[in-house]
Ligand binder design. Structure first.
Ligand code: 6PG
Length: 484
């Protein structure tokens, strides 16, 4: 089937890869009045989209990639929505020879940002724009308004940006889409979004576990607690989702749904990438790292089987005297730990922006995360305001609003982390976040001893508190100090 001559060069945007996310993005473009070129490796899927959703707007379906490209108006804008990795490279290889100077290729999958940097450079060599863009909000977001994080050149955004902003989620009339920065910046910020998502989800899971162990509460009872929390500072999509799944009953057994779900968390990889990059950049994203490792631990079946019933618990029996006060303590600890996780994530964005020369506006990132994405929350308004107060804020925790908000919960945070420890409930994200809070505010850390140890066995030198310079002590000789 070739494109009718009347349809050649008519589509303002095209989508290749019509699985659920690509399908819903194409429908979203059409619903906003754009003529949308369609292509999929299996033509039947293209045909079914047009047959089922013609009412959404104007589609131009093509069976071949050549016809798909021919149906696009110049500068052509092609959105690739296929699996990250080799599949994306394969589509790019098929597409690029058909394009002309100034055309724009958009990768809307969860690509690893180094791949995006490579692809952007390769297409730039051929006079083409390559835009790696994060799209967050799942299937529902793709259809009704995601948060969109495009990278690439300012020139490509001038042409592509208005279309992406039109289909993005809106908060107070403001699109949840903005130009993040050059080359891989968009996919990087999406990666950090997912890392923060992991931390957020782990913290919520730990709060659920604490209420389960501390109160012996049932899933529906805990769901009611989360529903109540969703009316205050913790209001967010993830808290809303949590209340929903905890209230759900499993049809097959009549038991609470979460009680029949296997306790082994999986991960597609974006959280892992975030932690690897945090290690590369030297940014202590402890909340995201603990959340990622907690998923790995939950999936470590052999180790868990070997440990279960063998490792002594040696815990105290848990009798919470005042359930209401305990629930409030958990809420305060959850909020404080969440601030730490977001503070760390935004530190990572700042470090990467400096490292890769992206000049990312963190306030703008918080602003476009207020809606459409998985971590969307009222909380992000507060972060946006913090960066409006100081665009170069060195530590989100040190913003006056967040300093006060966390200070309000520190005592509760300590009570909960201590209670979890003595009762044997694992809270890696809660406790590492408290350790980070105490570490980052400490006047003096024990790193002085580490420096002394390193100098003793490796002559790795150290600095002094009382004068500038780099020093080494001749430990194997007269232990005199030398200036290096
Ligand atoms: C989003 C989500 C999405 C992510 C899935 C699964 O922003 O819409 O983050 O991109 O791929 O949530 O992620 P994991 O398998 O890594 O949990």
């Amino acid at each position: 089937m070739s494109v009718p001559s009347s349809a050649v060069g008519t589509a303002q945007i095209g989508v290749t890869g019509l699985a659920v996310m690509g399908r819903n993005l194409a429908r979203n473009f059409a619903r906003h009045g754009y003529t949308v070129a369609l292509h999929n490796r299996t033509f039947a899927r293209t045909q079914s989209l047009v047959a089922e959703h013609a009412a959404d707007g104007t589609f131009v379906p093509s069976e071949s990639m050549a016809d798909f490209v021919a149906s696009l108006a110049r500068p052509r804008k092609v959105v690739i929505m296929v699996q990250a990795g080799a599949a994306t490279d394969a589509v790019i290889d098929e597409l690029v020879p058909l394009l002309e100077e100034g055309d724009i290729v958009v990768d809307a999958g969860n690509a690893h940002f180094p791949d995006t940097i490579r692809r952007e450079a390769a297409l730039r060599e051929r006079g083409l724009h390559f835009v790696g863009t994060g799209v967050s909000g799942g299937e529902e977001g793709a259809l009704n308004g995601p948060s969109i994080m495009p990278g690439g050149t300012a020139e490509s955004y001038a042409s592509l940006g208005p279309i992406l902003e039109a289909i993005s989620a809106k908060v107070d009339g403001v699109p949840c889409c903005t130009h993040v920065g050059p080359d891989g910046a968009g996919h990087f910020v999406k990666m950090v979004h997912n890392g923060i998502e992991y931390a957020d989800m782990q913290l919520i899971a730990e709060a659920y576990d604490l209420l389960r162990h501390g109160l012996g509460a049932s899933a529906p009872e805990i769901g009611e607690v989360f529903a109540a929390w969703n009316t205050g500072d913790l209001e967010s999509y993830l808290i809303e989702v949590t209340a929903e799944v905890l209230a759900h009953t499993d049809a097959a057994t009549g038991a609470p749904f979460v009680d029949v779900v296997a306790d082994a968390a999986e991960q597609k990889g974006t959280g892992r990438w975030t932690v690897q990059n945090g290690l590369d950049l030297g940014v202590p994203i402890t909340g995201i790292a603990e959340a990622t490792f907690a998923r790995a631990l939950s999936g470590s079946a052999p180790q868990r089987a070997a440990a279960r019933g063998v490792l002594p618990a040696d815990t105290l029996e848990w009798n919470v005297p005042e359930p209401g006060a305990f629930i409030e303590d958990v809420r305060l600890a959850l909020y404080a730990s969440k601030v730490v996780a977001y503070s760390q994530g935004f530190d990572q964005i700042a470090a990467a922006s400096a490292q890769y020369g992206w000049d990312i506006d963190r306030g703008a990132m918080a602003r476009i995360w207020r809606g459409g994405c998985i971590i969307r929350a009222k909380f992000l308004d507060r972060i946006t305001q913090a960066y409006e107060r100081d665009a170069n804020l060195p530590l989100l925790l040190a913003d006056p609003y967040f300093t006060a908000a966390v200070a309000n919960g520190v005592a509760a945070w300590r009570r909960i982390v201590a209670a979890a420890a003595v009762h044997g409930v694992p809270t890696p994200a809660f406790s590492s976040s408290l350790a980070y809070y105490d570490g980052v505010r400490a006047d003096r850390l024990p790193a002085n001893l580490i420096q002394a140890q390193r100098d003793f066995f490796g002559a790795h030198t150290y600095r002094r508190t009382d004068r500038d310079g780099t020093f080494h002590t001749d430990w194997s000789g007269d232990r005199a100090e030398q200036t290096w």
